[in-house]
Design a protein around this ligand. Structure first.
Ligand code: ZN
Ligand code: ZN
Length: 126
């Protein structure tokens, strides 16, 4: 990653997945789900892996980002979800396969809230 730590500007950050692999494996390659953090801000005492409040803060910010990304309409086709999240087809399948479908013309789509909740690992952060 050619970015800097978002907390201190350290030039060689690690890549933090806001929603962990264990929470939603389909989101592991979603660029929106990655933030650059230096070792200290990634793994130290004041990091999302050690401080629950920070973990939730980053998750809330990510959820807001998803709400923005999916704010254009109520329902989305699978291909649209894939394009917005910038993930592979097999990963978008993992996200939508358990969701209720909504008829969209000749196709089926999925509700914004359901997509976001599933992308967040099955729960929302209020
Ligand atoms: Zn840092
Ligand atoms: Zn991490």
């Amino acid at each position: 990653m050619d970015k800097k730590c978002i907390v201190c500007g350290h030039p060689y950050p690690e890549e933090h997945h806001v929603v962990y692999r264990s929470q939603q494996s389909a989101m592991i390659n979603c660029p929106h789900n990655k933030i650059p953090l230096c070792y200290e801000h990634h793994r130290g005492n004041k990091s999302p892996h050690m401080d629950r409040n920070l973990d939730v803060k980053y998750k809330r910010e990510f959820q807001e980002r998803l709400e923005y990304l999916f704010s254009i309409k109520e329902c989305y086709l699978e291909g649209e979800v894939q394009a917005i999240l910038m993930i592979q087809k097999k990963d978008v399948r993992k996200i939508v396969k358990t969701l209720c479908v909504v008829i969209m013309g000749d196709d089926v789509g999925y509700k914004r809230e359901d997509i976001i909740k599933q992308a967040m690992g099955g729960r929302l952060y209020g």
